[in-house]
Ligand binder design. Structure first.
Ligand code: SF4
Ligand code: SF4
Length: 188
């Protein structure tokens, strides 16, 4: 019999917040570790995905929110697909990132949220990504001005980076972003 995801079956504030953001009941996990075994980024993580799920169950909020793992997760959903208990681990990682940002926890991998913010702003401005503008803003945000310069020059040389932005469905994208912002504000 499938167990229903209800607030009553979750104990602890942190697990409840994760449930609210992800719709995932971490208590269904029986620690088989199939998620960890299939994760393509596990070799870089400091807390394995199965341990993140266990830590959420135990209310170990600091361990989860201060881990590199939640930022390194690529949202590929391999873990979610492999889980025999239908625990949506990828969504739990998303939820942990949301809670971390909302509560002002300093990200362990600051370049990753900086990249995500730069990307979203870029789409907001142009209706699609303008890579060269994005690279410039990301360098300003991270202070890593010389990182990957050689690769960038090669891409420019081979015409893989355009010098000017192209605007695609500018107003359509603005409307979509405004709807997302409204939904986020309603959630708070
Ligand atoms: S695959 Fe599912 S049940 Fe197994 S450890 Fe990961 S989350 Fe838990
Ligand atoms: S979604 Fe994240 S945790 Fe899951 S397999 Fe992919 S990278 Fe690993």
């Amino acid at each position: 019999m499938e167990l229903a995801v209800t607030k009553e079956c979750i104990r602890g504030d942190f697990a409840r917040k994760v449930l609210e953001e992800s719709g995932t009941n971490v208590n269904l996990c029986f620690q088989c570790k199939k998620c960890t075994a299939g994760c393509p980024i596990a070799y870089e993580m400091d807390v394995m995905p199965s341990k993140i799920i266990h830590a959420v169950r135990l209310g170990q909020k600091d361990l989860v929110l201060n881990s590199k793992t939640i930022w390194l997760c690529a949202s590929c959903e391999t873990c979610t697909t492999r889980c025999p208990q239908d625990v949506d681990i990828a969504k739990v990682m998303d939820a942990a990132r949301i809670v971390a940002l909302r509560e002002g926890v300093e990200p362990k991998e600051p370049e990753i949220p900086a990249f995500a913010r730069t990307m979203v702003r870029n789409i907001w401005w142009h209706g699609r990504t303008f890579e060269l503008g994005m690279i410039g803003r990301l360098k300003l945000a991270t202070g890593q001005f010389l990182k990957d310069t050689g690769l960038g020059m090669k891409m420019l040389w081979h015409g893989k980076l355009s010098l000017l932005p192209s605007f695609t469905d500018f107003f359509g994208v603005k409307g979509m972003m405004a709807r997302i912002k409204k939904k986020e504000a309603e959630k708070k």
